[in-house]
Each structure stands twice: as structure tokens, then as C-alpha cells.
Write a protein that binds this ligand. Structure first.
Ligand code: BG6
Length: 479
């Protein structure tokens, strides 16, 4: 197992909120090597003691149950170096004394700094075998910049030692999509265009852009969320069964889905997509401010796109992909709506009023599965066979110990397991489709629709949302 972590971006929000706390949990559970060591790297001119004192309260806050011994033990394993990531010499200098160990470099920094940082790592000897590289999303901001990053870094390190993160893949509930699909005959039997009418993938956040203005002003919802998390969810829902769980067999199937995505064209932009930005509103009874990007940026905080997968299994089935910030609630769900029954026997309700069967996989904040059926049990006594919708809620056992996504991803990268990381061709294929959406938006001049914070997005988004959120949106109210 690799035993030395170079953590670039060590003073940033991601590192302080998620990465160091994840390491603390792994350490507490005895899952890190005996002589595990972290070199924290960032621009600020701290020394190691000062950095440890900054990190200590953050760890306590993130992991209130952690023991003081574990916190102390983690802090003792961390040393800090100030580094200028624009200067490869500075990067090389900051790592070279440790490269006789088995090192993993983790870049939790803006992608614009990936190339100069990796050049420095290569100079310092930290990208030669057996060292590994972990790269946060996004890899670039479009196809051209992603290609530049992938091919330039590829000169210094082989693909089988690169681990590109999408932290959604580290979530237990997301991995469970693979388990549910391929561990059950029931689902696979109906999992195609013959039975499925539509699929909605919704990643709604109640949080706003707060504190990440510089990044967000260049990114927006499409690049920040759809390019990565939502397309990964789409792949898991739509991919063919892999021949095995070997990393490349899964990734082969995912990339086929991405390559089968029909590019959006300007002609269909208004029909197949919507973009919005939140204005002032109310979240959980508290006033929330409007998002105001800096002058010159016209990014969206809400994106809805209907994707079409042009292959045998999914031909004609729309996949509605929706994400937004400052929405009515935080929820991630995949809703699969089935086609109506072929021949309707019942007088009540009338065929047109029957609720279609629906399978909802709720992934966050709680995990559960809902099955929407039509049944006479929920109706009056026998007499007229009258059908009513019946929601069967299949709750996933609670109280199970689930690792937060980054713990799982650290362990897999340290152990060399690629299954939950994104391969170079996936990144390329995902950006190719995202570029088509963003080009179509530009060409069609798709307007940004305002929506008050705390609602389900702009009015124009109603048709893109799954039925329950859609009903709330149409009522114009909060969930
Ligand atoms: C990140 C995005 O990748 O995912 C953020 O950059 C977003 O904008 C976050 O808030 C959502 O992650 P989670 O795990 O809270 O759903």
C-alpha cells in the first residue's frame, strides 16, 4: 500500500472539510499504513506547527467523535510546505526528499494549475513508477482544455497510475445502483425502451454558490455538476452489464453510454434544455440572497437537459438531467417511469388517469427505494374494482456505518483499484457532449431564467423535473 500523500491545495475548502477528516477516520479505523505520512502543500507561508494548529479545530469540527489521540496522531504525520504551483521548480523542490517512498500526489487545486504542478512533480521524481496521481474534477473546462491536461500529463505518468476523482462514485448509495441493477433479475427484465418511458436524474442542492465565487463564475451548473456527477449517474443507470467488476470492464461500458449521447443542437436547445439562476428567496424559513456573478460572467446555477442515448436499449427514452443550487431541498434521485400497461381493464380510474409505475432510487440525503404501483387495496371495499396509486417504500437499513466518499476513494487509490475512478476516455466523451450543450446554448442564445431561492428552479423547468418535484414546482411552492 502507498504510504506517503502529497496533498496539494491543503489549505483549501475541500482538503480542510473532507480530505483531512477522511484521513482521520481511516487512521482511527486502522486502515492506513503504520508509517503513513502526509505532506500538506499550499501557497500560504505557514510552517508545520502553524498549519497543524489551523487544521486541529477543523478536524474537531468535522469529526466531533474522533479521539484526541487520533487527531494528535494524524497531525504528527503531517508536515507543511509552502509552494508556488505556477513554478515547476518550486513543486519539484517541495517533494523530492520523499520520493524514495511510495507516493500519491493529490491535486485538490484548480485544473488550470494541473500542468505546471505535474511538470514539477515529474521533475521532482514524484510521477515515476510506482508513484500515483489523484486528480479532482473538473479535468479542464471543455474538451480542448481537458485534452491538453490529459495528454500533457500523460507524457509523465501512465494511465494506470492516474486516479481521476468524481466523489459521487465513492458514495455507497451510488455504488448500490450497480448492485441493484446487476444483482436482481427483476430490474434487468424491464430495463429497456420496451418498458421504460423516461428517466429523471435530479441532483438538487439547497446550498448556494457561497464562498466559491471565483470557481463558479467560470463553471456554472452544467460544467460543475452535469459533466461529472450527473453523467456518471447516467452511465451507471444506462450502461450494459459489464462482463465482470474489473475496473476496465465497468469503465468500458460507461464510455459506450457517453459516446452514444446525441449532441444537443441549437435547433432543439429551447425544447431540450433550460438554464436558470437563483434570485433572492427563502430557504428553510431563512432569507437567501440572489447569486450575483462577477461582471461578464453569465453562468447558470440551474441546468436541465434532456439527453438521448442513441443505442439499441435506450432509443426513444428521454433522460431528463437536472441540477440546481438553492432549490427547495437537498435530494439526489433517479426516477424511472415505466410505460402504461398495454390493455387497461378497469373503469376507475380511467386509463388516462392511471399513475404510471415508477421506481425511485433516492440516493441522498437518505437512501431508499420507492416503488409506485396501482392497487385496489388503497381504495374502498370490493364492489367496483377501483385502483389507486400505492407507494411502497423500501427503506434501506439505517444506522449502518458508511464511509464518506473520500475515505473509500483514498483507500482504493492507495490500493491501486481503479473501478471508482474516471478513465481518460470517459472524461473526453463527457466533455464532448457537454461542449455540444454549451455550444447549442450559445448559438440559440438560450436565456437564463430567474428562480427564487428555495423553489424547484425556473417555471420553464417544470417538464424536466420528476413528477413529485414537478408537482411542487407547478404549485410554485416549496417542498
Ligand atoms: C461538487 C461540486 O463536486 O459537488 C459542488 O463542485 C457541489 O458545487 C458538490 O455542491 C455536491 O456534492 P454532495 O456530495 O454534497 O452532493
Amino acid at each position: 500500500m502507498h504510504d506517503t500523500l502529497f496533498l496539494f491545495g491543503a489549505t483549501g475548502d475541500l482538503a480542510q472539510r473532507y480530505l483531512f477528516p477522511s484521513l482521520l477516520r481511516l487512521l482511527g479505523d486502522g486502515l492506513l499504513p503504520e508509517d503513513f505520512k502526509v505532506r500538506a502543500l499550499a501557497l500560504s507561508p505557514h510552517d508545520t506547527d502553524a498549519f497543524r494548529e489551523i487544521l486541529r479545530p477543523r478536524l474537531q469540527q468535522a469529526m466531533p467523535m474522533a479521539s484526541q489521540d487520533d487527531i494528535h496522531s494524524l497531525l504528527q504525520r503531517i508536515d507543511y510546505r509552502s509552494v508556488d504551483l505556477r513554478n515547476p521548480e518550486s513543486v519539484a523542490e517541495s517533494v523530492h526528499d520523499l520520493v524514495d517512498r511510495n507516493c500519491v500526489s493529490y491535486l485538490a487545486i484548480p485544473p488550470g494549475l494541473y500542468i505546471s504542478t505535474c511538470e514539477g512533480l515529474a521533475k521532482g521524481g514524484a510521477l515515476a513508477a510506482p508513484h500515483r496521481l489523484m486528480l479532482e474534477k473538473p479535468i479542464g473546462s471543455d474538451s480542448a482544455s481537458a485534452e491538453e491536461i490529459i495528454s500533457t500529463i500523460g507524457q509523465w505518468i501512465d494511465e494506470d497510475r492516474v486516479f481521476r476523482l468524481d466523489h459521487y462514485l465513492g458514495k455507497a448509495a451510488v455504488q448500490n445502483l450497480i448492485a441493484l441493477r446487476f444483482g436482481n433479475t427483476l430490474l434487468e427484465a424491464v430495463w429497456n425502451r420496451n418498458y421504460i418511458e423516461s428517466v429523471h436524474i435530479l441532483v438538487a442542492e439547497s446550498e448556494g454558490v457561497d464562498g466559491r465565487d471565483a470557481y463558479y463564475a467560470r463553471s456554472g451548473a452544467l460544467r460543475d455538476m452535469v459533466q461529472s456527477h450527473i453523467l456518471q449517474l447516467l452511465c451507471l443507470v444506462a450502461m450494459e452489464p459489464p462482463a465482470s467488476l474489473e475496473a476496465d470492464r465497468i469503465r468500458d461500458e460507461k464510455v459506450k453510454v457517453l459516446r452514444a449521447l446525441r449532441p444537443l443542437d441549437a435547433k432543439h436547445a429551447a425544447r431540450d434544455s433550460v438554464r436558470g439562476r437563483y434570485t433572492a428567496g427563502t430557504i428553510n424559513g431563512q432569507p437567501a440572497q440572489a447569486y450575483q456573478p462577477p461582471e461578464g460572467s453569465d453562468v447558470e446555477t440551474f441546468a436541465g437537459v434532456t439527453a438521448h442515448i442513441d443505442n439499441w436499449r435506450w432509443s426513444g427514452v428521454p433522460f431528463h438531467l437536472v441540477t440546481g443550487k438553492r432549490l427547495a431541498e437537498r435530494t439526489t434521485r433517479v426516477v424511472v417511469t415505466l410505460k402504461p400497461v398495454t390493455h387497461w381493464l378497469f373503469e376507475r380510474p380511467h386509463r388516462g388517469n392511471a399513475t404510471p409505475n415508477r421506481i425511485t432510487f433516492q440516493l441522498q440525503p437518505q437512501e431508499n427505494i420507492e416503488l409506485g404501483l396501482m392497487s385496489s387495496l388503497a381504495g374502498p371495499e370490493w364492489g367496483a374494482l377501483e385502483l389507486h396509486p400505492l407507494e411502497l417504500e423500501l427503506s434501506v437499513p439505517t444506522g449502518l456505518h458508511r464511509r464518506i466518499a473520500y475515505e473509500r476513494l483514498f483507500l482504493d487509490a492507495f490500493n491501486g483499484n481503479h473501478a471508482l475512478f474516471v478513465r481518460d476516455d470517459e472524461v473526453r466523451a463527457a466533455w464532448a457532449w457537454i461542449d455540444s450543450v454549451s455550444d447549442a446554448w450559445k448559438e440559440a442564445k438560450l436565456p437564463l431564467q430567474p428562480y427564487p431561492a428555495g423553489q424547484w428552479g425556473p417555471e420553464e423547468a417544470a417538464g424536466f423535473l420528476p413528477a413529485d418535484a414537478d408537482a411542487d414546482a407547478t404549485r410554485g411552492g416549496q417542498a
